[in-house]
Design a protein around this ligand. Sequence first.
Ligand SMILES: O=c1[nH]c(=O)c2nc[nH]c2[nH]1
Ligand SMILES: [Zn+2]
Length: 454
Amino acid sequence: MANSNGYTAEIMRVYRGTCIHSTQHTAVEILEDALLGVDVKGKIAFIEKDSELDGLSEKFGFSPSEITQLAQHEFFMPGMVDTHIHASQYSYAGTALDMPLMQWLCTYTFPVESRFKDLEFAQRVYTKVVKRTLRNGTTTACYHATIHTDATLLLGQIANDLGQRALVGKVCMDRNNPAKYYKETCQESQEETCRFIAELLDKKYPLVKPVVTPRFAPTCTGALLGQLGAIAKNNNLHIQSHISENAEEIKLVKDLFPESKSYTDVYHKHNLLTDKTVMAHGCHLTDEELTLFRETGTSLSHCPNSNISLCSGVLNVRNVLNHKVKLGLGTDVAGGYSASILDALRRALDSSKILTIQDPGHETLTFEEAFRIATLGGSQALSLDDQTGNFEVGKDFDALRVNVTAPGGPIDLIQSDGPKILLEKFLNLGDDRNIVEVFVAGRKVVPFTEPKPE
Ligand SMILES: O=c1[nH]c(=O)c2nc[nH]c2[nH]1
Ligand SMILES: [Zn+2]
């Protein structure tokens, strides 16, 4: 059946039940007894009230008997977006949280990242991190890998094979790394970035794209930053990096780039702030820097677990939102010890409450706002909100089927709670046992289906 644009939506599946998502205007919109249709391309064909069943089944050519009914304590929510995660640091997640950033990098991070020249090790770690994040409900992830091109290409292949939407970055760093075994020259970094981009794009993975990844200003010369800015511009690519995470780092950037007005200005001067740039942390950005973020369309990844674990700082999310800077959540594994965006959401709420304790006039983040930042906000931060982030018709069906009372799960319901309470309970108490199915672009990616034996 053709709609007014002449587009024929061939329906793959239709669900009936509660759908909860965010819109630009409403942090939590609840649609009870909704009918949601997914077409054969994995896109949302319709989301309507159950009372529209007759018209919908006629228009889209499905039989009411084919509808999949969600159970009483189940709902669909959009898949969560991890806007900043180091896939290469997953092996030591949950350990090594006893040092501040710069010491932590040299002591724990660089020795581990250097191991990714070994493709077998890379295959093992990258398969585990993609599977773990998918199980935790991360349908989109923005990954830092390592300086190794072939291992980073492998991460892209694994995300594609397991069905995760991903931005994947080969890390670039050409100075200030005392680890001699984990270093590249400016020329190597530039050439390998170009090879990485060309080879990844050549694979034509539908959901996996390259992201230009200067590690951060302290480990990149101005020459390298400039070249990476040009590569991103010439190929219209995403960019990711770190900014203003801790005081020692900010001081170092001041010393290394004395001609720049601020840390943000360093990236701006090298054409690295665009509407496809996401910067992690930003705990100590000034209002002037946030204004530059807004003007350039640059977004922030809020990584509260890492900010607390490495004693880096507390991001004032309210101030970021007031500056109308796009904002998503990041786990920042392994500075953050959890690979779950549910954890990031809880730490974001805790961080905001700490600011309220310090200043009772501070307007605390609500769980509804945190839900939006974890889903729609993340998709906006990665400039992927034309494809994912909520249940708008025409977007890909990236969704979690949540069962609040999943057998053996962590949540007990005592009375008959409405859907908003169910959402709040899941966000505060739930875990992967409650995430019974995960869909990316209409494909069911959790539970995993093992390849059939030959
Ligand atoms: O939390 C962080 N993790 C890292 O790996 C890193 N590199 C630069 N800055 C960083 N911050
Ligand atoms: Zn990071």
